[in-house]
Ligand binder design. Structure first.
Ligand code: DQA
Length: 148
């Protein structure tokens, strides 16, 4: 199966950006670990980071035509603002897991609300980079191990 990992704004700075909140692991390391894990299970994994809302939306639209089976997404700040990104996920109706490095519920009130959680298969937050691996493990269990 094909899994798409999407990272929202400022996550390109992971490792340097507020490491007390977001950890020391950079995005390339996260993506590489996911890629290895997915490949071992016989799946294809693609990843993309963008600071632009429209690029993430267009990537989600393209995912439908490409036959992407599952999405892992950390919408970052768009979590709390983007009806457009939410609508894109609803439009393609590809199941997804929402991931956050930090525990958004332990932070400022404006981070407590997500435009994605009520339409996500599941939500993982507060476990740092491990959250992505856990999300991928859950995805792999759901997809089964196959080569398509
Ligand atoms: C984040 C949490 C968001 O509130 C924040 O805007 C981010 C990262 C996280 O992974 O913890 O950029 O999604």
């Amino acid at each position: 199966a094909t899994i798409l990992v999407l990272h929202g704004p400022n996550l390109n700075l992971l490792g340097q950006r507020e490491p007390d909140k977001y950890g020391a692991t950079n995005l390339a390391e996260i993506d590489q670990a996911l890629q290895i894990r997915a490949r071992k299970a016989g799946h294809h994994l693609q990843h993309m980071q963008s600071n632009a809302e429209y690029e993430l939306i267009e990537r989600i639209h393209a995912a439908r035509g490409e036959g992407v089976d599952f999405i892992l997404i950390n919408p970052a700040a768009f979590t709390h603002t983007s009806v457009a990104l939410r609508d894109a996920l609803l439009a393609v109706s590809i199941p997804f897991i929402e991931v956050h490095l930090s525990n958004i519920h332990r932070r400022e009130t404006f981070r407590h609300h997500s435009y994605f959680s009520d339409i996500a298969e599941g939500v993982i937050c507060g476990l740092g980079a491990d959250g992505y691996q856990l999300a991928l493990d859950a995805t792999i269990r759901r997809l089964g191990t196959d080569d398509d």
